[in-house]
Design a protein around this ligand. Sequence first.
Ligand code: ADP
Ligand code: ASP
Ligand code: MG
Length: 407
Amino acid sequence: MARIVMKFGGTSVADLDRIANAAGRVKRAVEAGDEVAVVVSAMAGVTNQLVGYVDKTSRVYDAREYDAVVASGEQVTAGLMALRLQELGVAARSWHGWQIPIRTNEVHGKARIEEIGTDNLDPRLKSGEVAVIAGFQGVSPRGRITTLGRGGSDTTAVALAAALKADRCDIYTDVDGVYTTDPRIVAKARKLERISHEEMLEMASLGAKVLQTRSVELAMNHGVRLQVLSSFEDKPGTLVVDEEEIVEQQVVSGIAYSRDEAKITLVKVADKPGVAASIFGPLADAAVNVDMIVQSVSSDGQRTDMTFTVAKTDLDRAVKTLEENRAAIEYEQLIADPDVVKISVIGVGMRSHAGVAQTMFRTLAEKGINIQVISTSEIKISTLVGEEYTELAIRALHSAYGLDTAA
Ligand code: ADP
Ligand code: ASP
Ligand code: MG
């Protein structure tokens, strides 16, 4: 007998038939004697629709009301899942974030979980009742609904698994595991039996949507046994494990991409001390996160170009902030380009192998793809290229690093 958290994503609960299918899986676990907490997402497409409603209704962004609206998708699924389980003869009850409670900070729209109470759930799980929890939401110190950022139901699941001391946290989704890259882009992508926390963390934060970054961080810090698997097929998925548990370590284990970034170039800024601070200070004050940065060599020692990336959703705010500060920064021209993609290769093997970056640059060059910005860390290399090259670049890199399946 084990205690498990089973999380079903949007496509796995997309309609009543799929909710019934997921409920069938829960029932089997209960019949096997397991104590089960289920975390559900909104039905596929619902969260996007709710976000659209908010955008169309109000130009004033009030994050508290955004949360009040977008958290509702998960509430519908939780109630329907509990009803379906009851129909199958399984004792079940739905739970909203505040009822548990899942306490978060007050950063509406991307709140962080601070504490989860277990007094309500613990005895019910022990008595054999299934708890069906609305993912993606929590409650702020002031008692208002918060949401955890897009894809946040993964984080609800892992945080609950940690709080409930569950033996496993199973993330059921529309792919049967974590692949070497997005299987929707590369048909030859290979499923990984295991992936290390560090690599999964990089993959997620660099764009692989299969797990929310924060969920991987929590699993790593709390020792939650995390698995990604298919809700449609019965086969083993991918285990996210400690690095030592990986037997055959590749130099590069995966490729991720993100279309969520935009590029800004400030042409001819003064090449003098303090200029970076004059650009990035106001952006930070406007809550714009800057990711990749390059400063070109100044030809005359007077002026230089500064290029950097921000989240696409922050682009308008970033441009407005820079225009307001134009006099202090002293740039000649501002060029904003949203049509870029960040492509990253990831692997802990990079720590001990040279030449990984060179392979990336050569492969892109051979395909005639211009690299606009580069950034690196210990276990990843990211390049920014034109969005139109997304598929071409990822497929070429996937082959170049020997990641393609044999078949
Ligand atoms: P859910 O609704 O179940 O949370 P998501 O859409 O958030 O599912 O995540 C699953 C999707 O992640 C897959 O359909 C796949 O297209 C995408 N994905 C991106 N990178 C990867 C990867 N490396 N391995 C598996 N899936 C990936
Ligand atoms: N429904 C939310 C979203 O679409 C949370 C999730 O599915 O994980 O972002
Ligand atoms: Mg998801």
